[in-house]
Design a binder for this molecule. Structure first.
Ligand code: S3P
Length: 441
């Protein structure tokens, strides 16, 4: 069976409206939190991607039932002590760093040893960033070289911690918040700014969590051991999935696109801020508040003249999953773009900094790298001819999607391998491209 997609033609002009699937970060958090609530939670518009399906399977392994009813998932939570962990068990997180790290936080009160496994890409990623703070709660965690499988055995005598999160990692912050839910007393976190969906969800359940926001850091206090009731949640569209369509439209001719019902939470709109600093003129309209999140429609048109950016480091965390596609926009912009301190980018599903630099060089874009800083020499006239193959990118869904957008906007004849990678986060990606008129085989 062929596992590649062929693109031989740029996309023609389009004027359309789409809706992208549910936010991945929120979907995973909703399932995990519903597994801790008391009673039946209902989650509408849950992203049905592998990362989220693996989240559902994981809670099921731990004794929590769920079912799909019409257009929502019903999750039958049994409270903070509801996981069935009397026997040793294995849990499989697939490709998902978010699931793996967050669920470890919920296993701090497991009665027996739970072993966490993942696919090849996830098994190469570092877990010390999570195991170190979790150990301080009093649990036993073992692994070989901080890689999966990680084995965790919880404790009956958890103690609250003071934790300083310095990476700007929402996964680390959320794992510690999850552990704090189960721990008597007050856990305090000083966290470099990162996406805050966990905090907003807990606030919407009236869980005793307090957040004081300062410019660079959030100061969070959680008083643990409060059971919360089941909830209903309607997951908004994912801005990370939308980002591919934003750049597709900016780099296409005479096109316009509206993306409906996207979550434009302040901690996630780095992509819009960056593209607008590049003269992208993206408009966010019809804003509505929903359980602390902000849902809106995003309108984007073909860009007449994208310009380079000197990207403020303060936007790194809120655009962390979007740099691959941002680099593509920078390759087509006038001038030299600079990005700094992107160390975290090499710690994702694939080493995205290395991969994107190789990619840009392969399509003839001049790039200079100094450790984790990158300069991209943009060329508004960049047009490709000839053949391009994209393979060996650790099946990283975002590398696949970025490559499709490059093929559809720059020309050339492309074969992009491992097409099933999109199932991690955005199975509808190809269907939506076809809706806009893209020819992909
Ligand atoms: C995520 C946080 C980010 C991001 C990932 C999703 C989350 O990772 O890259 O795709 O849902 O918390 P880090 O927290 O490691 O930066």
């Amino acid at each position: 069976m062929v596992n590649y997609i062929e693109i031989k033609k740029k996309i023609s002009k389009f004027n359309d409206e789409i809706e992208v699937s549910g936010d991945k970060s929120i979907s995973i958090r909703c399932v995990l939190l519903a597994s801790q609530a008391i009673g039946n939670s209902k989650i509408y518009n849950l992203l049905e991607s592998e990362d989220v399906l693996n989240t559902l399977k994981s809670i099921k392994r731990l004794g929590i039932n769920y079912k799909k009813v019409k257009n929502y998932y019903q999750i039958e939570g049994l409270g903070l002590d509801g996981y069935k962990t009397e026997k040793k068990k294995n849990v499989y997180a697939g490709n998902s760093g978010t699931l793996a790290r967050l669920i470890l936080g919920l296993l701090v009160n497991s009665k027996n040893k739970i072993s966490l496994f993942g696919d090849k890409s996830l098994s190469g990623r570092d877990f010390s960033r999570i195991t170190e703070p979790l150990k301080q709660f009093g649990v036993v965690i073992n692994s070989n070289n901080s890689k999966l499988p990680v084995h965790i055995k919880g404790s009956e005598f958890l103690r609250p911690i003071n934790y300083n999160e310095k990476l700007g990692s929402a996964q680390c912050k959320s794992a510690v918040i999850f552990a704090a839910l189960k721990t008597p007393g007050k856990t305090r976190i000083k966290a470099k700014k990162s996406r805050n969906h966990t905090e907003l969800l807990l606030k919407s359940f009236k869980f005793p969590i307090k957040v004081v926001s300062k410019k660079k850091y959030d100061f969070i206090e959680i008083v643990g051991r409060h059971n919360f009731q089941s909830f209903t949640y309607n997951v908004p569209g994912d801005i990370s999935s939308s980002s591919f369509f934003l750049v597709l439209t900016l780099l296409s001719n005479k096109s316009k696109l509206t993306i409906k019902n996207v979550n434009v939470n302040k901690s996630r709109i780095g992509i819009i801020k960056i593209l607008n600093k590049m003269n992208g003129k993206i408009i966010v309209k019809n804003k509505k508040k929903y359980k602390g999140e902000i849902i809106s429609d995003i309108v984007v048109k073909s860009a007449k003249s994208l310009k380079s950016i000197n990207c403020p480091e303060s936007l790194n965390s809120s655009a962390i999953d979007e740099f691959l596609i941002i680099f593509l926009a920078a390759a087509k912009a006038k001038g030299i773009s600079t990005f700094r301190n992107l160390e975290e980018l090499n710690k994702k599903e694939s080493p995205r900094l290395d991969i994107s630099i190789n990619f840009l060089q392969k399509i003839g874009v001049k790039v200079k790298r100094n450790k984790n800083d990158v300069k991209i020499y943009g060329n508004p006239n960049l047009e490709l001819k000839g053949n391009f193959n994209v393979k060996k990118f650790k099946k990283d869904h975002r590398v696949f999607m970025m490559s499709c957008i490059a093929a559809l906007t720059l020309g050339g004849k492309w074969k992009i391998y491992d097409k099933e990678s999109i199932n991690s986060s955005f199975p509808e990606f190809i269907k939506l491209l076809r809706k806009l008129g893209a020819k992909l085989n």
